[in-house]
Design a protein around this ligand. Structure first.
Ligand SMILES: C[S@@+](CC[C@H](N)C(=O)[O-])C[C@H]1O[C@@H](n2cnc3c(N)ncnc32)[C@H](O)[C@@H]1O
Length: 497
């Protein structure tokens, strides 16, 4: 992107959009903002922030003087802390420089804008953390299946060495490069029929059958004994990391697999995992740890059993099924280019249908936790197929009732329902004693709905979320206002009553 910086001008603080893709700082530094607020109070001047007008922007608020109907916005490329400080100080206008004087097509220039913003932020001020840079590299790699951005170009833009970029994105690149052969093996291991695989990969059924019968990756152990790691091996065979691991773990017992993956096996009903294992599943809003699924499979299924994942998101359930040699059928309303095993499917409460013919042994049901991440899920879909996270409380509860009734009808007597959810309370800006329970849905409601729809809850397993992502500053603010947060997340296991 040619960089023409224009004359500074004054813009309304409230007209600017912080786009998390373009300016992906996971945590703004509250300390920096506080310092800026104090500096503003004593009349300090700040250099102008950098902005860009865009159109074709889904969340557009129409601030870019575009013709009616063209969604536009003015997004911040540099200066998120200054902008936040102005907002907090109640100052209406801020000095800004436009990067280009004409609005740009957001969808076409997304990656270029992301890199432009990264460039400003590696060279000054509150530098991007290694975590931010990693996220930028991974975001770009995920939207770049043709590898137009080389590792060295990304390394240069992000101010790191090429080897670092390789480590960050090798799994994504491996998945994009995964040849048809490994896609066929993945689908076949997850239990897809050869007919369906042949339709999906557009090869004759005979050829599919030949590939399934004749492909042999006997050298994994040799490569390991030569000191190569699993990232190298997945690249070497042009397969995704989960399949490479599945081949390595083949024929081991479930317990042996836990050991080899470095996951301690939990014996009690408290499954506490600090973070997601990045090897399995994609970055996805509400992604859950692979270890949580592995434990569910360990306790409630056997190798060869069929698992249904109706809302698969980042695909961590199919990845773990692959590792533990369970079959899997997975669906989501979001279209996934790089995950052929997740079929696009909309669970429509106006017209319930069931896309699976064989009855599952386990249903791993991980719906959006009511309104949590509403905006993120909205971005994955369109108005005709809204995510259930944008439903009212009544619609959401009635959706769960409809889905649970249907799944009961389509299950076997021994089918287990693994239902994951968390209390949703309206605590964001409300002190605990003032919360209005009318706005909340809790695990007790989910228990009630399961019981009402003919599912008997047999186990309740606590799988808390990590509270590490909340900064000390935010914690202090919550304590000052007596806000009681929630990190609880519960897995309810049920069977037909
Ligand atoms: C909590 S996320 C699943 C996360 C996933 N288990 C993971 O670890 O990545 C819930 C998913 O439900 C999907 N979803 C919401 N409403 C849906 C509907 N009516 N039909 C199909 N999928 C839906 C969303 O797109 C989202 O990916």
């Amino acid at each position: 992107m040619d960089n023409i910086l224009l004359e500074p001008m004054e813009v309304h603080v409230s007209d600017l959009t912080w786009d998390q893709f373009i300016y992906p700082r996971e945590k703004k530094s509250e300390k920096t903002i506080d310092t800026y607020v104090e500096a503003l109070a004593i009349g300090a001047q700040f250099p102008p922030i950098k902005i860009q007008k865009v159109f074709n922007y889904a969340d557009g608020n129409g601030t870019t003087d575009l013709p009616a109907g063209r969604h536009g916005a003015t997004i911040i490329l540099d200066g998120i802390h200054r902008w936040s400080a102005f907002k907090e100080s109640g100052i209406a206008k801020i000095a800004a420089v436009e990067c280009k004087d004409k609005p740009l097509d957001y969808e076409k220039n997304k990656v270029a804008l992301l890199l432009e913003s990264a460039k400003y932020n590696i060279s000054h001020g509150d530098r991007l953390s290694p975590g931010d840079k990693k996220r930028i590299a991974r975001d770009i790699a995920s939207t770049d299946p043709e590898c137009k951005w080389t590792e060295s170009a990304l390394a240069e833009k992000l101010g790191v060495i090429q080897q670092t970029v390789n480590t960050w994105i090798s799994d994504i690149r491996a998945r994009h490069k995964a040849c048809r052969k490994t896609v066929i093996l993945r689908l076949s291991r997850l239990g897809w029929t050869q007919e369906k695989i042949s339709e999906t990969v557009k090869l004759s059924q005979n050829r599919v059958s030949e590939i399934i019968g004749n492909t042999n990756f006997g050298n994994i152990d040799i490569l390991l004994s030569q000191g190569h790691d699993m990232d190298y091996i997945s690249r070497h065979y042009q397969m995704d990391l989960a399949l490479a691991w599945a081949l390595r773990l083949e024929v081991m017992t479930d317990q042996g697999k836990f050991k080899e993956l470095g996951w301690g096996l939990r014996t009690w009903d408290q499954w506490n995992f600090n973070k997601c294992d990045e090897r399995f599943g994609d970055d996805w809003p509400g992604r859950i740890p692979a270890q949580l699924i592995a434990h569910t499979l360990f306790y409630f299924t056997k190798p060869g059993n069929l698992v249904l994942d109706p809302m698969a998101g980042g695909g961590v359930v199919p990845d773990v099924c692959l590792l533990f040699e369970r079959k899997c059928q997975s669906f989501d309303l979001a279209l996934r280019d790089n995950r052929p095993e997740i079929q696009r499917y909309y669970w429509d409460p106006q017209n319930w249908t069931w896309p699976v013919t064989k009855k599952p042994d386990l249903i791993f049901f991980d719906p959006p936790y009511f309104r949590k991440k509403e905006r993120e899920y909205e971005k994955k879909t369109n108005a005709e197929c809204p995510s259930i996270s944008s439903f009212t409380k009544e619609e959401y509860e009635s959706f769960l009732e409809g889905f649970l009734l249907l799944s009961k009808r389509k299950s076997k007597a021994i089918t287990r329902m693994a239902f994951l959810n968390a209390d949703w309370r309206d605590f964001e800006s409300t002190s605990a004693s003032k919360e209005n329970p009318v706005n909340s849905i809790t695990i007790f409601d989910y228990h009630r709905i399961l019981t009402k729809t003919g599912w008997k809850v047999t186990h309740r397993i606590e799988c808390p979320l990590s509270s590490e992502r909340i900064s000390g500053n935010q914690v202090q603010k919550m304590q000052d206002r007596r806000i009681l947060g929630t990190v609880g997340r519960t897995l309810l296991i049920a069977k037909r009553s």
